[in-house]
Design a protein around this ligand. Structure first.
Ligand code: SIN
Length: 303
């Protein structure tokens, strides 16, 4: 029988008693969707997942995205990406600085991302202390606390999100040693900036989400640049207050899944080159979850 334990804040739950390497029953899938909808971030401890099983589980939530960089893919499994600071035979085996600042994956894409599914193979530790947490911020709670007049104003607004903003910043931070290559013109063209509503209604919970993030949101459409910068900066400060945050401390063989519509995340870079972190990552897009009736049907099928 699956067992669900909630964390103390608004985000985070652990589900044990479901083996994700096997096809999910309708009941287990519905339970996972419900917990994800309520808690935003879900850990499944002690899993044994090969890349194919990780992709099969992730695909239940939407079409899998192949990362635009085309780098660090599992052989014959391009939708599974390696995140790691490990170097073998003089070559990095994974993207070493993935997600190391606050952002929401794929907010720069016309079809946004629904879930990320990460599987930890190595977790860095120093003197027994676990490093390399993944932090989250709850953008549903952040929206709820906004003053009413700001909610009303933002409800009609869109912001432009750009993939290159985060990529170029991470490249600049990595300096000459960055594992991120400059984006080619073709890569930039394949990810043109897109406008997204600043307030999104969550397709599972119906809650309003403050859908802007410092990683990719460039400007608020239609506002003068300085006014846009001031408003966006104020929203980012608001979203990142400690009361909205949750941190996942990893153990080897955790599967961690999170809802990119409701949360922002940040991979904490507090470990050194010899403190190895190795994670496999899949990402499912929000094609199914926004399909009218999909969630309700999935839940009904399980009843
Ligand atoms: C990501 O942004 O997908 C990576 C998060 C992590 O490695 O903790």
């Amino acid at each position: 029988m699956p067992d669900v334990t909630e964390s103390s804040g608004t985000l985070g739950a652990r589900i044990s008693g479901i083996d994700l390497s096997r096809p999910l029953s309708g009941g287990d899938f519905a339970l996972i969707l419900r917990v994800l909808s309520e808690r935003g971030v879900v850990c499944f401890p002690d899993q044994g997942l090969d890349p194919a099983a990780q992709a099969a589980f992730s695909r239940r939530f939407g079409e899998l995205e192949v990362h635009v960089s085309g780098a660090f893919q599992v052989p014959d499994q391009p939708e599974v990406m390696i995140l790691s600071n490990m170097v073998e035979n003089g070559r990095p085996i994974g993207l070493a600085d993935a997600g190391q600042d606050w952002h929401t994956d794929m907010s720069f894409s016309r079809t946004i991302a629904f879930v990320n599914v990460l599987y930890a193979l190595k977790v860095p530790r120093r003197n027994g202390r676990v490093l390399g947490d993944t932090q989250f911020a709850d953008m549903a709670e952040a929206h709820e606390d906004l003053p009413d007049e700001l909610k009303t104003r933002l409800a009609g607004m869109t912001a432009t999100h750009d993939f290159a903003k985060f990529w170029d910043r991470m490249r600049a931070r990595g300096g000459a040693g960055s594992v991120r290559k400059p984006l080619t013109e073709a890569q930039r063209r394949s990810k043109p900036p897109v406008s997204q509503p600043i307030i999104v209604t969550h397709p599972l919970s119906g809650r309003k989400i403050l859908y802007a993030n410092p990683g990719y949101a460039l400007r608020i459409d239609g506002l003068p640049q300085t006014e846009s910068n001031t408003l966006l900066d104020a929203l980012f400060v608001h979203q990142l207050q400690p009361k909205y945050r949750f941190a996942h401390q990893w153990s080897e063989h955790d599967v961690l899944m999170w809802d990119n519509i409701r949360t922002m995340h940040n991979a904490v870079a507090d470990y050194g080159p010899d403190e190895h972190r190795l994670v496999r990552r899949c990402q499912a897009m929000a094609d199914l979850v926004f399909r009218p009736g999909w969630a309700a049907q999935t839940m009904r099928a399980a009843a």
